[in-house]
Design a protein around this ligand. Structure first.
Ligand code: TXA
Ligand code: MG
Length: 354
């Protein structure tokens, strides 16, 4: 067993997915080591979900609080029986969205170690669609517990290079599968407590879930605002400050005509005061904001592209040492809800109405 907490001297191998590297990944997982791997959402940091020591080393490598539970990844529905009970509604969602970017909470069985679920009575499970993730899960035959492969508090990694930035010297292997398609973490849905609730929005939207379930789905209140004092987080991950660049991010809301001038005014004022400042804007506004270090989020009409680029842009802000950042917003509908959940948290929900 490796002591990941103090492990900074050993090199991390970054390998393309081949028969050899997948076999290496499987053998590392079997002996309790960690492997970072691509999924269609973000890169994951995996360990054998049934090996508590191996799972503990995930928390050490990330610096993750022990009370934040992990998602278990599988490649075959037959693996579920060993891990959990299956509520009837779950079949509808699995039929519609697996493999894919949807995580479902199930009543857990005792085979799942406490360290995976942080002692909760439910276990979060998903079947990723990324071919490299599927091949690794199949090669190992194990259920693999995996959070996003970033250091705790950093944006989730959407390229193998992002994983290397955070995990170099901490883990033996990163499988490189290129940039992740969706770019935001999976939708997490709870079916265990009455009406289905989205705990974390993602690429599978509320509307998509409702149409598969033929029933209304609600969204946890804390998705678009900070937790109130004393409010219990339905999903422990919601408690933590996430995705926050080092600089101050402020969202600017308003109509077509008011937002661009407001972005310009705030950013130029900060630049004049000697602060490193920039704007995050739609492709359509880049040229109007060229004096403001514009970072192109993608077209105003292409919310999937904005989701795809967001975490890479948040990482760039730190590399560039940005001290203040002003960002456009999109309507919190469809995949826009997931974008605004992440962007809102990056901004600590600071918003100016222009
Ligand atoms: O797309 C994804 O979901 C990626 C890839 C690697 O699969 N994984 C990921 O894991 O984002 P992580 O650990 O960064 O986020 C898992 C979220 C956390 O907010 C956690 O609190 C929540 O899921 N979660 C896990 N198990 C839970 C449970 N039993 N009850 C409530 N929330 C749970
Ligand atoms: Mg994460």
């Amino acid at each position: 067993m490796t002591d990941y907490q103090n492990k900074t001297d050993e090199s991390t191998r970054l390998l393309p997915a081949t028969a050899e590297s997948l076999a290496l990944a499987a053998s590392l997982l079997h002996r309790g080591d960690l492997v970072a791997f691509p999924t269609e959402t973000v890169y994951g940091l995996g360990a054998d979900a049934l090996n508590p020591e191996a799972v503990r080393s995930i928390f050490a490598a990330k610096g993750r609080p022990a009370d934040n539970p992990l998602i278990v990844h599988i490649h075959d529905r037959d693996q579920l029986e060993q891990l959990c009970d299956i509520p009837p509604k779950a079949d509808l969602l699995m039929d519609a969205f697996w493999p894919g970017p949807l995580t479902i909470l199930f009543p857990r069985k005792n085979t799942v170690p406490d360290v995976v679920t942080a002692g909760l009575p439910t276990v979060a499970i998903r079947m990723p669609s990324h071919p490299v993730a599927a091949a690794m899960l199949k090669a190992s035959g194990l259920p693999v517990a995996a959070p996003s492969a970033n250091l705790s508090g950093r944006p989730s990694p959407t390229t193998a290079q992002h994983v290397l930035e955070d995990m170099d010297g901490r883990i033996p292997l990163i499988l490189d599968g290129g940039p992740c398609d969706v770019g935001l973490e999976s939708t997490v849905v709870d079916l265990c407590h009455g009406q289905p609730v989205i705990l974390r929005p993602g690429g599978i939207t509320k509307e998509m879930l409702e149409s598969a379930l033929h029933a209304p789905v609600t969204v946890a209140g804390s998705v678009l605002r900070p937790l109130e004092p004393g409010e219990k987080a339905l999903s422990p991950g919601m408690r933590y400050k996430h995705y926050a660049p080092k600089g101050t991010v402020t969202l600017i809301d308003g109509n077509e005509d008011s937002v661009v001038p407001a972005l310009k005014q705030h950013c130029l004022q900060d630049l004049k005061n000697g602060r490193r400042s920039c704007v995050l804007c739609f492709s359509e506004h880049v040229s109007a904001l060229k004096a403001c270090n514009p970072h192109d989020m993608g077209s105003i009409h292409d919310h999937a592209e904005i989701a795809h680029r967001l975490f890479d842009i948040l990482r760039q802000l730190d590399e560039e040492g940005m001290e203040s950042v002003y960002s456009e917003v999109i309507p919190p509908e469809g995949v826009g809800l997931a974008v605004m959940n992440r962007l809102g948290r990056a901004a600590a929900f600071r918003i100016i109405h222009a």
